[in-house]
Write a protein that binds this ligand. Structure first.
Ligand SMILES: Nc1nc2c([nH]c(=O)n2[C@H]2C[C@H](O)[C@@H](COP(=O)(O)OP(=O)(O)OP(=O)(O)O)O2)c(=O)[nH]1
Length: 127
């Protein structure tokens, strides 16, 4: 099982930051919550803070975990650990995504999400 973390980053207007995976990469063109693989001997929380510094140049504060999702795209199972968080410092700049977008509830539902993210978004929208 590959452990992956993802951040549902909130702004002051309760929008979430959606990030588009670059074309040519696995799941290219799909939208995701930013994050990445947890390294050996790393906690999910530490992995998410590290990944968001690397990918977006922001420091986040983790607020709350949502329900992990197990998914297999045909390369072996991943377990995606979502965390609601907010920016503690910095402004997001995409270093590994082709586009990033702050989205309200309606805008979130219009995006073409990576399949493992669909139940996470549904849990968020059901609140
Ligand atoms: N970071 C992130 N990854 C996600 C999400 N949803 C989802 O299915 N994934 C998948 C994509 C990858 O198969 C895996 C880890 O993504 P990653 O971005 O850290 O790894 P990567 O692109 O280097 O993957 P790869 O090239 O090694 O296949 O999790 C998500 O919301 N955020």
């Amino acid at each position: 099982m590959i452990e992956v973390v993802a951040g549902l980053i909130l702004d002051q207007s309760d929008r979430l930051l959606a990030c588009k995976r670059p074309e040519g990469k696995h799941l290219g063109g799909k939208w995701e919550f930013p994050g990445g693989k947890v390294e050996p001997d790393e906690s999910p929380e530490a992995a998410l803070i590290r990944e968001l510094e690397e990918e977006l140049s922001i420091t986040v504060e983790l607020l709350e975990p949502l329900t992990p999702v197990v998914w297999d795209y045909g390369r072996g199972p991943i377990r995606l650990h979502p965390f609601v968080c907010r920016i503690a410092s910095g402004t997001p700049h995409p270093h590994e995504h082709s586009e990033i977008r702050w989205c309200d509830r309606v805008e979130l539902q219009a995006l073409d999400w990576a399949e493992a993210d669909v139940p996470i978004l549904a849990e968020w929208l059901a609140r």
